[in-house]
Design a protein around this ligand. Sequence first.
Ligand code: ADP
Length: 217
Amino acid sequence: MPSGLKGGDSIKLTKRQKEILQIVKENGPITGKQIAEKLSLSRAALRPDLAILTMAGNLEAKPRVGYFLKEDYKLEGRHFTNQLVSEYKAHPIVILQSASVYDAIVQLFLEDVGTLYVVDEQGCLAGVISRKDLLRSALGNRNLNDLPVSVIMTRMPNIIMIRSEDTLLEAAKKMIDYHIDSLPVVREIQDHPRTYLVIGRITKTTITRAYLEMNEQ
Ligand code: ADP
């Protein structure tokens, strides 16, 4: 190992060391054995390079998992895979299903949100109403004061939901898979299967903010 090498010091890398970093970047976490196979080398021949890259702070090794790029490793403690919805959820903005579309539009502006969660008289999730739903109903020549949101909302059981104990990664995936901007965070009511209380919201903004926070760590 070059003398005086500390984590983070930059060293001049050999061609093979650069190849190793590229492999770990594309495939990490990856074991030493797998890296050796990709380079058609023996593990013994690879060992000095792995030791140098680890000492120099380019790579990080984790027992039973393999090698990561140090940057990825630093982020690993706060990564989408282990961040919970409960830590990031915002207050849900709800409206009664009997409220008018006009009221929903006003509430959307007052609360500065893109989606409202529609609840029934017991406070249980009945549907979701988004900007486009409201714009669509405003295009028809109907009186928006007389039109209840329950008529135009996307309704149960078609609502995509998330729970507090789920991960941010699952939330992000659902929003992408279903082409929606937000997810109600729900809790099933005991002894009432498939009946949910809305206890929060996760939006694409939540995910973007979490991403920034994790990179600032
Ligand atoms: P926007 O209308 O502002 O583009 P979305 O993309 O979230 O907002 O909404 C697109 C459609 O999907 C709307 O009809 C809306 O009612 C519906 N929608 C929004 N969120 C959900 C959800 N969590 N589950 C099911 N449908 C949803």
